[in-house]
Design a protein around this ligand. Structure first.
Ligand SMILES: [Fe+2]
Length: 260
């Protein structure tokens, strides 16, 4: 009997069989908190469902802590109650919804214990760099976070004018062990061509530590799959590490000076 040789798998067939990583998204505004994200638990739950349907298995809700919208105990309590309710509902469709915050740098935050703002139980805190102006205060806040053994996760540096003018500033932050978090929306061009190019420079130069959605609402949902496809087309398997959460620190405290 003649043995029929299997034809070699075509590249297209291999693509079909490729398994996507599990997406871990550290930045979203799906828990209502009085900011510009979800305005109700119903809207938040719809965004969570949409995230799960698009491949996200762990999603951090990170309500803004703004100069004009700080986090007094009453606001924090309301947020934690909404998160608990949404997390229970999201678990039913396989989404692990966790809570953190996104800090906008202020001098007041330099007086706070950064542990209060951790991403779930990770030794990490999400903070943004300003769109305009100097990064000095952001650097001081990141140093304050680092000083208590937590890793600053720097939200969307590609959108900062200072970084657009001088990418060396982003390289300096990455060298300090701070995790640079590029937005999926920047990668797919939602914020315009200049920011898209800036995001890709950070990815291409190996400065981006991870990609997150920064999802706010239906028109700007917490999705990572489109950005993942784009990064995968460029980096191949190397894309997974930016999306699957392995870049996130573990344990209770991290000594960044030791890791540099
Ligand atoms: Fe955000």
């Amino acid at each position: 009997m003649r043995v029929k040789h299997k034809p070699a798998l075509s590249e297209a067939a291999l693509q079909v069989g490729r398994v996507d990583p599990v997406f871990v998204d550290v930045h979203s505004h799906v828990v209502p908190s009085g900011d510009d994200g979800a305005q109700s638990n119903e809207e938040g739950l719809e965004l969570c469902r949409s995230a799960a349907q698009n491949g996200t298995t762990v999603l951090y809700a990170t309500p803004h802590v703004w100069p004009m919208l700080p986090l007094p105990p009453e606001r924090e309590e309301t947020i934690r109650a909404s998160h608990a309710e949404l997390a229970r509902a999201a678990a039913a469709f396989g989404l692990d919804l966790r809570l953190g915050f996104e800090l906008t740098p202020t001098t007041a935050l330099l007086e706070e214990d950064p542990n209060r703002f951790r991403l779930g139980d990770l030794p990490a805190v999400l903070m943004e760099v300003p769109f305009h102006g100097s990064l000095d205060l952001a650097e001081r806040l990141a140093e304050h976070i680092e000083a208590v053994g937590l890793v600053p996760v720097i939200a969307h540096p590609e959108r900062s004018q200072a970084v657009l003018d001088d990418q060396g500033l982003a390289a300096g932050m990455a060298e300090r062990g701070w995790l640079l978090q590029v937005n999926a929306t920047s990668i797919v061009g939602y914020h315009g061509a200049e920011i898209e190019a800036s995001a890709w420079r950070l990815v291409d130069d190996g400065l981006a530590g991870l990609v997150a959605s920064d999802g706010h609402r239906r028109a700007r949902p917490p999705h990572l799959n489109e950005a993942f496809r784009a990064v995968q087309a460029r980096l191949g398997e190397g894309a997974n590490a930016l999306f699957d959460g392995r870049a996130l620190p573990a344990g209770d405290r991290v000594d960044l000076a030791e890791r540099r």
